[in-house]
Unconditional design. Structure first.
Length: 516
């Protein structure tokens, strides 16, 4: 038996145990962005997109945060790493995967057009400045799109692009997100013409996911929402196509301990904002000492917004957060499900809710966070509350997040609870929140206002220890008989104490389709 075990160990070591984590490539060709100019980064990203589903070898652009976490994981699993100094080493290695060059001109929309065509035409995007070098590598020109606008490409090549994913990327971005566009045969445009943004979103739906960002946050989300789509902040994402191709072993949210409401007690939960932002979750969030890497994480209950879209586009990232969570860490989606969208502007909110429920199930998160336009209301969340996959909804307005001051809407025994407070530098600080909490009732089994949600602004308190340090300071100031729990635990206690009394309470909701 010992000899058999030894042989097994040797064989596993010889093969480097590449199968230790399913879906790993045999080899990974790694390059640092600093070793490429702007045009070369774009070329590398296009080439990377073509390797995303290659079992033998893929391309990785070196970065910190989650990119480094995953790279380290693959190295431990025995994936063979090739460090290269030039993009032209990648061209030589992966030339058999492509048919040729698609020529664009830096600074105009032909960059979007070239990126859009790389997937369906099996090409790489090549700026005119490096065309001669590409030709010297033996690659022919298969398309010259200089002078072609995004709208012209949308009309002429529309049937070549796959639905569901759309890429909204600024023209000044290089490698970021373009690999993902190539890997998914997605249409690429930038957010300049608002009506065009809505038109494109609608055309590649229903319920298209628009990855990237716009020139103005509110305008972009409104334009995408009116096209019945969802925004996914991702314009700084690197390696997303490869992250998409790395499956997780098991996506299972950690179970939070049950909490029973006790008399003479107030219950509050702190929820970190901006969990829709997958470029942060797939970037520095995992190691940043202000966020997941904070030494304070686990010292007190904390709820983290987490994009359920990760279950599809970066499952191993979501698995990492679940597997490294502390017992005090809770997870809710958002803001938004499946992504950032103003439900108030959705032409078909029932369809969106159906899509959201699917992502909620795959990501194993049952509480949905919503960020709505100020013109909206809690009743806009009724289609979400109708879904059996969803236990409750957390509601925030565009500005301020706590505009509804803790209002709760009940629909068939499920709550939609709005934020009562925001821990946001310059708006509400630890002292302000502690003072307000002291005014809350402490009758959690008879008064639903004995519960409160506090949204923690992710980008505040950077110079004073970060948002988790601000949470710690707030907790130290809280009045007696105040218990900090997770948002999931608050939703559960609300349902246990008040759900039965609200089973028959069906909130009013009028679909925009009914108004037409």
């Amino acid at each position: 038996m010992k000899i058999l075990l030894l042989i097994t160990f040797i064989l596993c070591t010889a093969s480097a145990c590449i199968a230790a984590t399913p879906g790993n490539p045999g080899e990974l060709w790694v390059i640092e962005p600093g070793k490429m100019n702007h045009a070369e980064e774009i070329l590398a990203a296009a080439l990377q997109g073509h390797t995303a589903h290659n079992k033998d070898a893929r391309i990785w652009i070196k970065a910190g945060g989650m990119s480094q976490v995953l790279l380290d994981q693959m190295q431990r699993d025995g994936v063979h790493i090739h460090e290269v100094d030039s993009v032209w080493d990648l061209v030589k290695q992966f030339k058999p995967l492509i048919k040729g060059a698609i020529i664009y001109k830096t600074g105009d929309e032909s960059l979007s057009v070239a990126t859009s065509l790389c997937g369906p035409k099996h090409g790489i995007a090549v700026d005119e400045s490096i065309l001669d070098r590409v030709k010297s590598e033996g690659l022919p020109v298969i398309e010259d799109v200089r002078g072609i606008t995004e709208r012209e490409a949308f009309i002429k090549y529309r049937k070549l692009y796959k639905p569901a994913y759309v890429i909204c990327q600024n023209l000044d971005k290089a490698a970021q997100l373009r690999d993902f566009a190539v890997a998914n045969n997605s249409f690429v445009f930038h957010h300049e013409n608002r009506a065009f943004c809505t038109e494109v979103t609608h055309a590649f739906g229903p319920d298209a996911l628009v990855f990237g960002w716009g020139k103005d946050e509110h305008q972009w989300v409104e334009d995408v929402s009116k096209g019945n789509g969802t925004g996914v902040p991702a314009d700084w994402c690197l390696n997303l196509s490869i992250m998409q191709s790395l499956p997780a072993r098991r996506i299972k949210r950690p179970t939070e301990p049950s909490v029973k409401a006790q008399d003479n007690t107030r219950y509050i939960a702190f929820v970190m904002s901006d969990g829709d932002n997958i470029q942060v979750l797939c970037g520095g969030f995992a190691t940043d000492k202000s966020f997941w890497g904070s030494p304070l994480r686990g010292a007190f209950p904390m709820t983290w917004e987490m994009s359920p879209i990760l279950a599809d586009v970066a499952p191993r990232v979501l698995e990492h957060f679940y597997s490294t969570a502390a017992p005090n860490d809770g997870f809710v989606t958002g803001p938004g499900a499946p992504g950032y969208t103003f439900t108030h502007f959705q032409p078909d909110p029932e369809s969106l809710a159906k899509q959201a429920a699917s992502f909620v199930k795959r990501s194993d998160m049952r509480v949905v966070s919503v960020l709505n336009d100020n013109a909206g209301s809690l009743s806009d969340t009724v289609p979400l509350l109708e879904k059996p996959e969803i236990d409750g909804v957390i509601y925030k307005d565009y500005a301020p997040y706590n505009r509804h001051k803790g209002e709760i809407l009940w629909h068939n025994g499920k709550p939609c609870i709005s934020y009562r407070f925001i821990l946001w530098e310059g708006l509400q600080g630890p002292e302000d929140i502690a003072r307000e909490v002291a005014q809350m009732p402490a009758s959690p089994r008879t008064d639903e206002h004995s519960y409160a949600l506090i949204n923690v602004h992710a980008w505040s308190y950077g110079k004073t220890g970060g948002p988790l340090e601000a949470v710690r300071r707030t907790i130290d100031l809280l009045p007696k008989n105040t218990k900090v729990v997770t948002a999931n635990q608050i939703i559960k206690m609300l349902r246990e104490s008040f759900g039965n009394a609200n089973i028959g309470n069906r909130a009013g909701f009028v679909s925009p389709k009914q108004l037409n």
